[in-house]
Design a protein around this ligand. Structure first.
Ligand code: ADP
Ligand code: MG
Length: 568
């Protein structure tokens, strides 16, 4: 501690580069401070520090970390505490550039495994980003002294050392409830559960906060189930969607997409008060949409698309600029390849010609001339042959009535069970559509080769995330806008680091199928933690949060530089 104080005094007023000397480890009364990375300039990317509070100082109950889920929820609530304290404090440390900045990776509404706060080896480690104070480009040692000896200790005091056991207990209880819902879903074959009373709509298109005064979710009686939860007297009731084909219908603006969106996000847990804390979806559910313009590399889209003009081979289909239908076909195949058990599809983001083709069009355009086998002709095969379920929003066509196992109609934001009516209507107007295909087709097995990752930019290898939806790899852009279940910029950070890590680790030289590769990645993240893929060992790992294997696969699949081999 004294050492840091002296150093700051010595370098006060000197050139900013002098700050490099303070890199290192310092002991404070209630924690250790690790200054891992010192910025080169007051305007450059700020410095990275960690604060390690021994569990002797702030006890972490063993119960809070007895399962991985509990640990993630407990760390999450601690992260939010630190974040709130930082947001509400005014450090009053001034100077040029980023002087006096203090930030932690702030979670959104989802509860994700992240590196911001970790309970490990007897410590609570808090990862922060700080701007070391300067006057112009000179070190301001006095302000730095204030930052390290006043501002930071106070922030830690008010957060890690002040959070009550009760606050952490509450998060752990929610973790247990979430797990019970998931277990029950698995046992009963539910792919989604939406609790009565849930708030599905969000405050606005740019806010993930719950809408105020929204119509609370109310399950239709026929779909209602009750789940007995720990830490709760009454069983939790809500709507269960079973494995199979579920169709969500209803008039425009009656809440169909809002319901599907909540289902989509239900693959992640949400914080208490979000309104979706008891909306839980099969974690292997993947949103599939049209995404024209995307890169596709060596994907067998022949189950959906054959006989393209000019004899283009669709069993190993590649393009730098996919159309609506080819992109959606590739998205379906890739999701299944990565292990999706449920597909989530909204008409609003689908290519019409991919989803439906009616009898009139079949008569006009003979099937030899039409490359597309629409999703409607595949949906039951996927269910019966591949055990892949679909939840589909479709307000514009009744073609799916006959295929659906369950039809739910949204009416003024309230769902109704209309399966029997839909079936009667389907029987009354038998479809004259022809179903052509007999079986789904062969499944893909592809391997990504090492040259897929070309991170060289000048001499330095660089892969960098720029917000949630963009990764820069050397000079090429990897756009993830349409990967809707990638929800947090820190997940994108992790994927960026992972791309570099993969090439360093040599995993792309080994002929692993994509599925095996994703298994390997999941295993490493499970066993060695998120920080294990960060570029610098035993240092601040950066702002990382865990994506699912599907979002990792989505990034690989969209690489403009992908080199992919068919293993079949
Ligand atoms: P659809 O897909 O059926 O056309 P949306 O799901 O897009 O309809 O919903 C239309 C509008 O209604 C959106 O602005 C949405 O925020 C709002 N909305 C959806 N569900 C609710 C609800 N439960 N309470 C209040 N407003 C809602
Ligand atoms: Mg809609």
């Amino acid at each position: 501690m004294k050492k840091l104080k002296n150093l700051l005094q010595q370098i006060d007023g000197k050139s900013y580069k002098g700050y490099k000397q303070i890199q290192g480890r310092y002991f404070f009364p209630s924690y250790e401070l690790l200054i891992d990375y010192v910025q080169g300039d007051p305007f450059a990317a700020p410095s990275k520090i960690r604060v390690r509070i021994p569990h002797k100082t702030r006890a972490i109950d063993q119960e809070w970390t007895s399962t991985n889920k509990r640990k993630v929820f407990a760390e999450d609530v601690m992260t939010r505490k630190v974040s709130n304290v930082i947001q509400h404090s005014n450090p009053n440390v001034h100077g040029s550039g980023k002087s006096g900045l203090v930030v932690i990776d702030r979670p959104g509404q989802e509860i994700l495994e992240r590196t911001a706060v970790v309970f490990e080896n007897g410590y609570t480690t808090v990862c922060l980003t700080v701007g070391l104070p300067a006057n112009g480009r000179r070190i301001n040692g006095k302000q730095a002294d204030k930052l390290f000896f006043q501002v930071l200790p106070e922030m830690i005091e008010k957060s890690v050392l002040s959070i009550t056991d009760k606050e952490i207990d509450e998060a752990v209880k929610l973790a247990d409830q979430h797990q019970v819902i998931l277990d029950k879903m698995k046992e009963e074959g539910f792919i989604s559960f939406i609790a009565d009373g849930a708030t599905l709509p969000r405050a606005s298109g740019v806010s993930d906060q719950p809408m105020k005064n929204a119509v609370a979710f109310q399950s239709p009686e026929a779909n209602r189930v009750a789940i007995k939860l720990p830490h709760r007297e009454e069983p939790l009731t809500g709507m269960a969607i079973r494995k199979g084909i579920a169709l969500i219908v209803g008039g425009g603006y009656h809440g169909k997409s809002t319901l599907l969106k909540a289902i989509e996000r239900g693959v992640y847990p949400h914080i208490s008060g979000d309104g979706r804390e008891y909306v839980v979806t099969d974690p292997q559910a993947v949103k599939v949409r049209a995404e024209d313009g995307r890169q596709v590399t060596n994907v067998d889209i022949s189950p959906f698309i054959k006989n393209l003009p000019h004899g283009v081979d669709t069993t190993q289909f590649s393009t730098e600029n996919a159309s609506g239908s080819t992109s959606q076909a590739a998205n379906v195949i890739e999701a299944i390849e990565a292990g999706a058990q449920t597909l989530l599809i909204d008409e609003d983001t689908s290519a019409t010609n991919f989803m439906i083709r009616d009898e009139r069009m079949q008569e006009l355009v003979v099937s030899e001339k039409e490359p597309i086998t629409p999703f409607i002709d595949k949906i039951t095969q996927m269910r019966d042959e591949l055990d892949v379920s679909t939840i589909l929003v479709m307000g514009g066509s009744g073609d799916y009535f006959h295929a659906a196992d369950e039809v739910i109609m949204m009416d003024q934001y309230v769902p109704h069970h209309v399966t029997e009516q839909a079936k009667q209507i389907a029987a009354k107007y038998p479809s004259k559509r022809q179903t052509l295909e007999e079986s789904f087709g062969t499944l893909p097995a592809r391997s990504f080769e090492a040259q897929s990752i070309q991170a060289r930019k000048g001499k330095k290898e660089k892969v960098q995330a720029k917000g949630r939806a963009l990764i820069l790899m050397g000079r090429t852009e990897l756009a993830l806008d349409a990967v809707e279940q990638l929800v947090d910029p820190s997940q994108t950070n992790l994927i960026a680091d992972l791309l570099l890590h993969l090439s360093k680790k040599g995993w792309l030289d080994k002929n692993y199928s994509l599925k095996e590769l994703l298994d390997k990645i999941d295993q490493q993240l499970d066993e060695e933690g998120l920080a294990s893929i960060a570029p610098f060992k035993d240092q601040h790992p950066g702002e990382l949060a865990r994506p699912r294997r599907f979002e990792i696969a989505s990034a690989l699949n969209r690489l403009r530089t992908a080199k992919v081999r068919d293993l079949r």
